[in-house]
Design a protein around this ligand. Structure first.
Ligand SMILES: NC(=O)C1=CN([C@@H]2O[C@H](COP(=O)(O)OP(=O)(O)OC[C@H]3O[C@@H](n4cnc5c(N)ncnc54)[C@H](OP(=O)(O)O)[C@@H]3O)[C@@H](O)[C@H]2O)C=CC1
Ligand SMILES: O=C1CO[C@H](CO)[C@@H](O)[C@@H]1O
Length: 338
């Protein structure tokens, strides 16, 4: 039986708790948040016996062997290091870290640890992306030569959903998914990035971060992929996440468009509700986020299974994000590794 503790009781903490509760071999033993009212009501909602306001107190206990970290983007490093050093299995939300220094510390700590470490790059569990990977591996489109991937949010995300948006950015919040997918699809590392960002719309609303970033990224195979992200799509869109890609290979091309999630409802309003992150269907929870968390648990219980994403993926991902932001700030191309 996995004995798990969750750090962070926000939007993602909720989904992790639901996944823990549904996984038959996981017991949700403890939960931590800096907000006392929130942690108590969370524990009450999910029937979790122990609550903490300080993650070090929770982690040092022997009553858990596994820790899930769902704190804001810029607050992953300290709980991750504490959990690794205490010998726990660790699942950390994306991005693994937002600075190269934090990513290096985590890489080193996780390499020295025998327990499981996974970064929740949950997009790899989206069936469309699994099939994209399969098609590339089967050689259906030849070698990927160039392409475009975009992942963007409406204003809702930085202005209403996240209380910490100015301590992150669309680049740090959204591009971890796009970067992880393309590294995975191409089985190749980035050698150079050139990025440009736009600024001003969010800052005029008092949110001190950039609005959008576009980056031309060269991979060691020679492929060049254009990454695009933004936090200023209009809220009148029927969905919150714009999500599409096109990869052109030597023998064909792959197109995906997940923005409308195949469901459009035209009632008094236009609506395209998400239907595959995590949904309660036919009496149980399912969806790609649920599948990625279950995969982590499966790997803990069966050590012949290796997690699909590891600390090195997390490290390279942060390195690329840092390089993109540096490139956009300095208006010059950046060679990798940093
Ligand atoms: N894998 C995926 O598909 C997705 C992953 N994410 C990632 O999940 C992470 C969490 O995002 P989200 O749930 O939206 O954020 P939220 O702000 O909703 O939740 C974060 C929670 O962590 C709490 N917190 C902050 N510092 C600490 C601390 N030191 N100890 C314990 N708790 C703390 C916050 O408290 P307070 O509010 O009081 O500061 C808040 O309750 C982010 O890194 C995000 O990028 C997000 C969306 C999808
Ligand atoms: O990680 C993520 C950030 O939030 C987005 C929604 O705004 C998700 O699409 C994405 O999975």
């Amino acid at each position: 039986m996995i004995k798990c503790g969750i750090i962070g009781t926000g939007i993602m903490g909720d989904l992790h708790a639901i996944a823990c509760k549904q996984y038959s071999k996981c017991e949700l033993v403890s939960v931590c948040d800096i907000d006392e009212k929130r942690v108590l009501s969370f524990a009450n909602k999910y029937n979790i016996p122990k609550t903490y306001l300080e993650f070090k107190e929770m982690i040092k206990n022997e009553d858990i062997d596994t820790v899930i970290i769902a704190t804001p983007d810029y607050l992953h490093c300290d709980p991750v290091l504490a959990a690794i050093r205490a010998g726990k299995n660790v699942l950390v939300e994306k991005p693994m870290a937002t600075t190269l220094n934090d990513a290096q510390l985590i890489l080193k700590a996780a390499k020295d640890n025998k327990n499981l470490f996974m970064v929740n790059f949950s997009s790899r569990w989206i069936p469309t992306h699994q099939n994209t990977k399969k098609a590339i591996l089967n050689g259906e489109v030849g070698d990927i030569r160039y392409g475009h991937i975009r992942l963007e949010n409406t204003y809702y995300v930085p202005t209403k959903m996240l209380s910490w948006s100015e301590k992150s950015s669309p680049t740090e919040f959204l591009l971890p998914h796009s970067i992880d997918l393309i590294r995975w699809f191409l089985s190749s590392e980035v050698t150079e990035v050139y990025a440009l960002k736009t600024d001003g719309v969010l800052r005029s609303l008092g949110i001190n971060t950039h609005d959008s970033l576009q980056s031309l990224v060269t991979f060691s195979t020679g492929a060049v992929i254009n990454f695009e992200t933004s936090w200023i799509l209009p809220e009148t869109l029927p969905y919150m996440v714009e999500n599409a890609l096109r990869l052109v290979g030597s023998k064909g091309a792959i197109y995906t468009d997940l923005s409308k999630q195949c469901l459009q409802i035209y009632g008094s309003q236009t609506n395209s509700p998400g239907s595959f992150l995590m949904e309660y269907l036919n009496g149980k929870w399912s969806g790609f986020f649920f599948d990625s968390v279950c995969h982590f648990f499966d790997c803990i219980l069966d050590n012949s299974q290796k997690p699909l994403t590891n600390v090195y993926d997390g490290y390279k991902n942060t390195e690329i994000i840092v390089a993109m932001i540096k490139s956009a700030m300095e208006k010059k191309s950046i060679q990798l590794p940093l």
